[in-house]
Design a protein around this ligand. Structure first.
Ligand code: 0X9
Ligand code: ZN
Length: 425
């Protein structure tokens, strides 16, 4: 075979391989989202049977009775599922007829927009990971005396795991640590982290907020998964570490506290796969190492997720309330009041297990039990008005601005309790 022809074959082969490994986005054509509302515990338990089934993706979780549950179902399983719902007399509606169509609509909106200028931030579209990092790096150039970044690890695919520190004056101050997007598809979480960064650093009204407190914000804990949701599969949740059959681990089941005890799966294809061992993931190790190296200084931990409008504190693994339940509940309610004051959005406040479902191996429980961080919360941000994980980019600003009001209440409390030593809740 002469060289030209061989070269041609090779090129075709490479193009083909690139096509099948990269360019083909996972299609959700024909996938439907059902909203099922169990009216009794028995009905809720019936639904639980589907949680581990690969054809079912629970977008929102089975909570108490009378709370609607959003479930995406693959085409091949829909008929049987509908028969089941009818036979069991479960109440349901179809909220998305075809998930792929929704994603296409979202894509066409995004494509019409210009990419973000390097080093800038925007709250009118979702930013890519490199754009997010470029913005926080730019802040360290523009505000060198208050903003610094630190790479606290590398992701499985080699991306920087970068946090930004915002602080002035003394070192060794109490820390507020906020992380987002341990779950890749929860796109509304990074903008919330970025807005907090943006207000603290770029809005001169808030310079006092980092004089007595150091903020450390980790805008994308799972950058591999996050990028994968932009390039390949919009609804990817887990990390991108490779395994024998299915890739990825649920980072929020991978922490070494009550690991694999409840609400987590040992099956690698499950959306809640806890990993082959606790801290198998480099991304969760980075968070753990950060906790370890700042032991005693971190006073508040917030883990940002979507969706559900929930403000949760430990525990997720047991229904025994934490000893400081009253304090965590009343602080959560005050945060919610501040959020609600903006445009009426109301979050449900409570222990994770009581308002959601049992889980273990998550960062929030770990932060409190092992990290020694008494104030530890998970915030489930709102769903898109457009349904599910596809909040229109136009919904970013209302969400981030109302959460910012809640963050101020958290901040005031940390200062009162740990800086001035006069707790009032
Ligand atoms: O399941 C999770 O990790 C979180 N929900 S999400 O829909 N964002 O995936 C919530 C964890 C809350 N913790 C407990 N329920 N214990
Ligand atoms: Zn989540």
């Amino acid at each position: 075979m002469n060289q030209t022809i061989f070269g041609c074959y090779l090129q075709t082969l490479v193009l083909f391989l690139v096509a099948i490994t990269h360019a083909v986005r996972i299609s959700y054509d024909g996938y439907k989202v059902y909203q099922v509302t169990p009216r009794t515990r028995v009905e809720a338990d019936l639904l639980r049977e589907f949680e581990e089934d690969i054809h079912f993706d629970f977008w929102s979780e089975i909570r108490a009775v009378d709370f609607p549950v959003d479930i995406m179902v693959a085409p091949g399983a829909q008929e049987e599922f509908e028969d089941f719902l009818d036979n069991q007399n479960l109440e349901y509606t179809t909220i998305i007829e075809n998930v792929e169509e929704k994603i296409q609509e979202e894509d066409s909106r995004q494509r019409r927009q210009v990419r973000v200028d390097r080093g800038n931030v925007t709250f009118t579209e979702y930013m890519r990971h490199d754009e997010i990092l470029a913005y926080i790096e730019q802040l360290t150039v523009d505000y060198p005396s208050i903003a610094t970044t630190e790479v606290i690890g590398k992701s499985f695919e080699g991306r920087d795991l970068t946090v930004i520190r915002i602080s002035s004056g003394a070192s060794n101050k109490s820390i507020i640590f906020i992380e987002a997007a341990i779950h890749a598809r929860e796109w509304i979480a990074p903008p919330v982290a970025l807005y907090i960064i943006n207000q603290l650093v770029e809005n001169s009204n808030y310079t006092n907020m980092y004089e007595d407190i150091e903020w450390v914000i980790f805008p994308v804990v799972n950058p591999d998964g996050y990028e994968y949701t932009h390039t390949d599969a919009r609804l990817w949740r887990k990390t991108r570490s490779t395994a024998t059959i299915c890739n990825g681990v649920d980072g929020n089941r991978n922490f070494d506290f009550q690991w694999m005890v409840t609400g987590a799966s040992s099956w690698q294809c499950s959306e809640t796969y806890a990993g082959r061992s606790a801290f198998s993931e480099v991304e969760t190790q980075a968070v753990k190492n950060f906790f370890d190296s700042h032991r005693g200084r971190i006073k508040l931990f917030i883990d940002l997720h979507s969706y559900g409008r929930l403000l949760m504190f430990p525990w997720g693994y047991t229904s025994d309330p934490p000893s400081d339940f009253e304090e965590l509940q009343s602080l959560g309610e005050r945060v919610n009041d501040a959020i609600t004051s903006v445009r009426g959005t109301n979050y449900t406040v409570g222990t994770a297990i009581s308002i959601l479902y049992p889980t273990s191996g998550g960062s929030r429980d770990y932060a409190k039990a092992v990290g020694g961080i008494d104030l530890s919360y998970t915030i489930e941000l709102p769903a898109g008005g457009n349904a599910g994980f596809n909040p229109d980019a136009s919904e970013i600003i209302p969400v981030v601005t109302e959460i910012w009001e809640g963050i101020k209440v958290f901040y005031d409390y940390v200062v009162e309790k740990y800086v001035n030593g006069t707790k009032t809740v």
